[in-house]
Design a protein around this ligand. Structure first.
Ligand SMILES: NC(=O)c1ccc[n+]([C@@H]2O[C@H](COP(=O)([O-])OP(=O)(O)OC[C@H]3O[C@@H](n4cnc5c(N)ncnc54)[C@H](OP(=O)(O)O)[C@@H]3O)[C@@H](O)[C@H]2O)c1
Length: 264
């Protein structure tokens, strides 16, 4: 992997591709933990979103994101998780991608402890219908997921979910971003990593609640059919500032931060 931005001119006698990376290493040994370091916010919560998309904005091929991913994307995915208190996902993603509760290896657990984080992030799933069947792998892990449900979930779904997850039935039929982030903040989760999907991202983007977007751009065109990155109407375009670009095998790893109303 190499760093394209922030740009550092090559040192004399070194090829242009051998630029130093965050952490001061050679370009082909980017210190990803440093490149994606995520200090806890001083107040409130911080929302980071991680996505992979094709050049034309598709978020899936054949119903899941695997066909868009790469070894570099999987490394970035793991590093982003290693900085998070909680992984937030919509029920559509948990069903389509057969999500498991995060279970980091010993090295990652040690790194997390050193950062003052719990050994593993919690998986939090948002659902309006409560349709999260008992055989989903997210219920198999060592830790119970947190399920944030809309007020209209059927009684039998609530009973089944309460048996295998920490269930929080929120006040709204379709909980808004405020209720979702409050429910996470109340539990002490401050670094919130949202891994999609496009429905939940639309809700977050519409509320202008995305502080940072970590977007892998896969070098392929997919065409119409699969969901796009954002599947929903936004009240206004949301603007971001590009702060970092890494590259490997033609895949671009963009790190974008929300532009403040004053343009910064
Ligand atoms: N490329 C990527 O990085 C990436 C990442 C994630 C997912 N994906 C792909 O995206 C596709 C799934 O798309 P999707 O839009 O269905 O994913 P999604 O956003 O994860 O799921 C949408 C579902 O989440 C629940 N939900 C979202 N916001 C809610 C809210 N405010 N209140 C209550 N429930 C809420 C609802 O669940 P209920 O239906 O249970 O009510 C809704 O139907 C799959 O093909 C997956 O592979 C790609």
């Amino acid at each position: 992997m190499r760093v394209l931005l922030p740009y550092a001119p090559p040192a004399a006698g070194r090829p242009a591709t051998g630029r130093p990376a965050p952490g001061g290493r050679a370009a082909d040994e980017v210190d990803l933990a440093a490149a994606y370091a995520w200090p806890a916010p001083t107040t409130g919560v911080s929302v980071r979103v991680n996505f992979v998309a094709s050049l034309d904005g598709a978020a899936a091929t054949d119903g899941h994101s695997k066909g868009l991913s790469s070894p570099g994307d999987r490394r970035v995915f793991s590093v982003l998780r290693s900085w998070a208190d909680v992984i937030l996902a919509g029920a559509g993603t948990v069903r389509a991608e057969r999500y498991r509760a995060p279970n980091p290896d010993a090295t990652t657990r040690a790194a997390r402890r050193a950062r003052g984080l719990a050994e593993a992030p919690t998986l939090a799933v948002v659902t309006g219908s409560g349709d999260l069947p008992a055989d989903l792998p997210c219920f198999d892990g060592p830790a119970r997921p947190l399920v944030l449900a809309g007020s209209g979930i059927p009684e039998h779904a609530a009973r089944n979910l309460a048996a295998r997850a920490e269930l929080d039935v929120l006040r709204e039929q379709r909980p808004g971003v405020g209720a979702i982030l409050d429910a996470l903040g109340r539990r002490g989760y401050r670094r919130i990593l949202c891994e999609g999907g496009p429905g939940l991202l639309a809700t977050l983007a519409d509320a202008d609640a995305v502080d940072e977007l970590c977007l892998t751009v896969a070098p392929l065109l997919v065409g119409l059919g699969p969901a796009r990155l954002v599947e929903g109407v936004l009240g206004a375009p949301r603007r971001f500032r590009l702060v970092q670009v890494l590259e490997e095998d033609g895949f671009l790893f963009l790190r974008l931060q929300r532009r403040q109303p004053d343009g910064h």
